[in-house]
Design a protein around this ligand. Structure first.
Ligand SMILES: Nc1ncnc2c1ncn2[C@@H]1O[C@H](COP(=O)(O)OP(=O)(O)O)[C@@H](O)[C@H]1O
Ligand SMILES: [Mg+2]
Length: 299
């Protein structure tokens, strides 16, 4: 169920968004507020949290989550409206991966220890656009704190959640290794790869840019169920198509290699978000230095 949204202006001069959860969505509000309550979550690529409140609306209670407001809306809508240059892509994809890397990390940028968090519902409608081309992760309704003191039993019912379209094969198959907290990060990396593919599909360095499509958009209906996704992703080992013309641009080829490594069938073979973030730093640095004439990632 989509929660209700209001946006209004406060006198402090900052646009804020109010996400209103009805009573039935209390658990989701509670979880999202608890995730945001950790000050170590603060990062440029993570939605800025302001406060959470319980409100009385008539006889009913409702629950508010107040955050920064981003007028450009979510990434899916942005990509349907805009075509990206290579530079735009680098900014967008780079900010997304740095957000996921921070979420998964044991440390903050300043080196203090933090509890890693798995988002568990990474998709283009759970990412907002800030300052034109930067991504911000939002919707922590089913995010999970990967507290090392918790046991596999604590995570027992945590295996199969999220959105079927973006679910990793091991999630579709209900074969997540709950003994290892890295498993939750590996699922996020798979979903992140699908979003990176969405971003790549709208970048004009590949030549003609087709109209925006969700991952598996030509194969499934609007809200595919797990059964359908199991057939495609698990049994058929299907992934979104990477047409050969995308590989003509060297930077794009490097990105596509990265995407392919992130959606590997074997969760353990996937790159970590941290490693992907480092690759993006490399692409940006090399691009700045060489204007992408003949960058050293060419094999
Ligand atoms: N802070 C925000 N600023 C602008 N739009 C937002 C903001 N947060 C959410 N939205 C919009 O509302 C949609 C749903 O938000 P989300 O947090 O994902 O709620 P839900 O739990 O209902 O999926 C997003 O896809 C986006 O379009
Ligand atoms: Mg959402």
């Amino acid at each position: 169920m989509e929660n209700q949204f209001n946006d209004f202006h406060l006198t402090r001069g900052m646009d804020v968004a109010v996400k209103i959860f009805p009573c039935e969505e209390y658990a989701s509000w509670k979880n999202e507020s608890q995730i945001f309550a950790d000050a170590n979550l603060k990062h440029d690529s993570i939605l800025q949290f302001l406060t959470a409140e319980e409100r009385h609306s008539g006889l009913q209670k409702e629950y508010w989550l107040i955050t920064a407001y981003h007028s450009q809306g979510n990434l899916k809508d942005y990509l349907s409206r805009n075509v990206l240059s290579w530079r735009d892509l680098q900014k967008m994809a780079g900010s997304l991966v740095s957000g996921v890397a921070h979420l998964h990390s044991d440390y903050t940028a300043s080196g203090s220890p933090k509890i890693p968090i798995a988002h568990r519902d990474i998709k283009s409608t759970n990412i907002l656009i800030k300052n034109e081309q930067e991504c911000v992760l939002c919707d922590f309704g089913i995010a999970l704190r990967l507290d090392p003191s918790l046991t596999a039993e604590d995570f027992a019912n945590s295996g199969q959640v999220g959105t079927a379209r973006y679910m990793a094969p091991e999630v579709l198959e209900s074969r997540v290794n709950l003994e290892d907290l890295e498993s939750f990060k590996q699922m996020d990396v798979y979903s992140m790869a699908l979003v990176l593919w969405e971003i790549a599909s709208r970048c004009d360095v590949i030549g003609e840019v087709k109209s925006y499509e969700l991952p598996f958009g030509s194969k499934v209906r609007k809200q595919p169920c797990m059964e359908v996704m199991r057939d495609i992703v698990l049994h058929g080992r299907g992934r979104p198509e990477i047409p050969s013309n995308w590989l003509a641009h060297q930077g794009m080829r490097f990105l596509c290699d990265t995407i392919t490594e992130c959606w590997d069938h074997d969760p353990e073979a996937r790159l970590t978000a941290h490693c992907v973030a480092e690759r993006f730093n490399l692409i940006t640095q090399i691009d700045l230095l060489s204007n992408s004439e003949n960058p050293p990632w060419v094999r």
